[in-house]
Design a binder for this molecule. Structure first.
Ligand code: COA
Ligand code: AMP
Length: 628
């Protein structure tokens, strides 16, 4: 049996022994009593009885082990022209000081801290400082608008917010403080304090009563730095909100013990990254990819993580990725296919690529959306190293299906992210919950228990966790993606089965956009679907039916709706197209047939349910759906 097959079977047949062995990858204050707590199915917990601190594992233990002078974080910011490297000792000092500052502001174990920051070292420092105190961070991506931020404030109930005064997009400086103030005014919950990092590109006006300057707080904290607070393995490390089918985002909970063990295991076995190596994930700390593979995983294994504040193109050009790789000696790189498509579009012949020496680069990993064969071939030709697709989600926290480059590299099949990762008993089920035959498409599920590192629940809502993920098929986690497994056991992911769309690698809910459209006084009803886009993978497209008697110019309405989505959801939704239609296709019970609309827009034969109210409505829409 190969190393992969052996590890995979052991992890599924005897998870207790497999994960007890992996528990040694992290340092514990007190060892767990056992690996798996299966006393309360379908809710499972990992490493009960164990206590640890994730920040200790990410920083202190490396300094103790003599890695203090090694770079932990390299900040490379073409948008500000800055570069800065932090050794493990320096990062530890900053984190302990900021943890001290948060403690002075009354933050204690279990308290929530909401972080709204761009890709700057202070974002990483704030996350680790929370981990050090046993406080629970919730990072919100900078591209979201104030009302999305307000929803998260009202769910996580943070005592303290940590923000930057601005983010820097290639086209503009995004002032964060007004967004934050608006979010606080929209939310029912009132955070006590807002710590604001003043950036020279756009300073914020601080209010003396509630706002605190980040650097001032840091100086106060440095006088009394915080030590690591031991937490239970099952205590939450963070809550990260992600889009679901409904307008209300889901607060994905990550615990401390399972997360640290799983991420450390994945670094060696999936990514083949080891202490001292330079690793770069070009994503954002506001997404799970950033949480896991910019911040926690590289630091947990004593690698060097590159933190890049820039874009694949336009900062200043499509050679930016190659420049960063060459300059910092990056050996492993992770991004989303959309970013590579953006580079390919601007530099199809790779002229900018040839200007840089990529001899340190060993592997490129991509995730977030399907890696289309054109992009795969182009980037493989450009770099001459394996380009590895892998599939996972905010919920999983780490790869579910991958080619395990550290454990046993396998043949890469374009179009497939390869095979189930040890710990993940991936099954494709048909609509009756029966395993589908090889090659047959069905719902991609994972047999319970999910491995360490996966979400144990949703923030404050076990019932919603069970209802959303565990009730479609008894004993299985429903991923929300459909796909199939081939004769060799390779998994193919075909796309979402729900109303979640993926715009430039960003996960969004069409329900949230519909919520905004339906608030317009002229709109009677609406539907939003994801349609294919050459660079961004998918973009949302809206269809609205006007209220009887509504008198509004269609172009003016469209502009108002586009602006409303930008204001309410955020620019990241890239909502630019809306059409006024006479009616929407529905079932007799009034359910809008979004799936049929999606299929027609994708050029497929639509599956039209027999319960359709009026097939003529769908026929009228057909030409519009096919030709935007
Ligand atoms: N803060 C504020 N605004 C943001 C933002 C942020 N952090 N991120 C994006 N936006 C804004 C952009 O400025 C843009 O605004 P505009 O409409 O005024 O131009 C809008 O949101 C859309 O942004 P984006 O989707 O990023 O489009 P783009 O054309 O600027 O860039 C890509 C396209 C492909 C280069 C970019 O989306 C990208 O790098 N994607 C990779 C995503 C990723 O890493 N995902 C994580 C999963 S691995
Ligand atoms: P997120 O939770 O934002 O990471 O988004 C997760 C979703 O992105 C998955 O459910 C998939 O729909 C999609 N996705 C992520 N990685 C891949 C991949 N490698 N191939 C296809 N789809 C992917």
């Amino acid at each position: 049996m190969g190393r992969y097959a052996d590890a995979f079977h052991r992890s599924i047949d005897d998870p207790e022994t497999f994960w007890s062995e992996q528990a040694g990858l992290v340092d514990w204050f007190s060892q767990p009593e056992r690996a798996l707590d299966d006393s309360n199915p379908p809710l499972y917990r990992w490493f009960p009885g164990g206590t640890l601190n994730t920040c200790f594992n990410a920083l202190d233990r490396h300094v103790v082990a003599g890695r203090g002078d090694q770079p932990a974080l390299i900040y490379d910011s073409p948008v500000t022209g800055q570069q800065r490297s932090f050794t493990y000792a320096e990062l530890l000092e900053r984190v302990a000081a900021f943890a001290g500052a948060l403690r002075q502001l009354g933050v204690a174990k279990g308290d929530r801290v909401l972080i709204y920051m761009p890709m700057i070292p202070e974002a990483v420092i704030s996350m680790l400082a929370c981990a050090r105190l046993g406080a629970v961070h919730s990072v919100v991506f900078g591209g979201f608008a104030a009302s999305e931020l307000a929803t998260r404030i009202d769910d996580a109930l943070p005592d303290v917010l940590v923000a930057a005064s601005c983010g820097i997009e290639p086209s503009r400086v995004v002032a964060y403080k007004p967004l934050l103030d608006k979010a606080i005014s929209l939310a029912s919950h009132r955070p006590r304090t807002c710590v604001v990092l003043q950036r020279p590109q756009g300073a914020a006006e601080l209010d003396d009563e509630h706002d605190v300057d980040f650097e001032q707080a840091m100086r106060a904290g440095a006088a009394d730095p915080a030590e690591c607070v031991p937490v239970a393995a099952t205590d939450p490390l963070y809550v990260l909100y992600t889009s679901g089918t409904t307008g209300k985002p889901k607060g994905i909970v990550r615990d401390n013990g399972g997360h640290a063990v799983a991420l450390a295991w994945s670094m060696a076995n999936v990514y083949d990254v080891h202490p001292g190596q330079v690793w770069w994930t070009a994503s954002d700390v506001g997404w799970v990819v950033g949480h896991s593979y910019i911040v926690y995983a590289p630091l947990l294994v004593g690698a060097t993580s590159v933190l890049y504040e820039g874009k694949p193109v336009g900062t200043p050009d499509a050679g930016a990725f190659w420049r960063v790789m060459a300059e910092h000696g990056v050996s492993g790189f992770f991004t989303a296919p959309t970013a590579i498509r953006a580079v390919k579009k601007e530099d199809p012949d790779g002229a900018l690529r040839r200007e840089h020496d990529l001899s340190a680069l060993r592997t490129i990993f991509v995730a977030g959306e399907r890696l289309d064969p054109d992009t795969y071939e182009w980037v493989t030709e450009q770099v001459g190293v394996p380009v590895v697709d892998h599939w996972w989600q905010t919920e999983s926290g780490w790869p579910i299906v991958a080619n395990l480059r550290g454990l046993e590299p396998m043949r890469l099949k374009p179009g497939s992210p390869s095979v189930p990762v040890p710990g993940w008993d991936v099954q494709v089920l048909d609509e009756h919950g029966q395993p589908a035959s090889a090659g047959d498409e069905g719902a991609i599920c994972v047999r319970l228990p999910l491995p360490p590192g996966a979400l144990p629940t949703l923030w404050g809502d076990d019932d919603r966790y069970v209802a959303s993920y565990l009730s479609a098929f008894d004993g299985y986690y429903l991923s929300g993606d459909s796909g199939y497994v081939d004769e060799d056991g390779y998994v193919y992911v075909m796309g979402r089965t729900d109303d979640v769309i993926n715009v430039a690698g960003h996960r969004l809910s069409t329900g949230v956009i519909e919520g905004v459209l339906s608030q317009h006084p002229a709109v009677a009803e609406c539907a939003v679907i994801g349609v294919a886009d050459e660079t961004k993978g998918q973009v949302p497209r809206g269809f609205v039916v006007l209220k009887t008697g509504a008198e509004i110019d269609e172009e003016a309405l469209s502009a108002e709706l586009v602006q409303a989505v930008r204001d309410e959801v955020g620019p990241v939704a890239v909502f630019r197209s809306v059409s006024v239609v006479p009616a929407l296709p529905k079932t007799r019970s009034g359910k809008i047939l979004r799936k049929s609309m999606r299929e027609i827009a994708a050029g497929k034969d639509a599956t039209v349910p027999s319960t359709i109210e009026d097939p003529g409505v769908l026929d009228t829409l057909r030409p519009l759906l096919r030709d935007p």
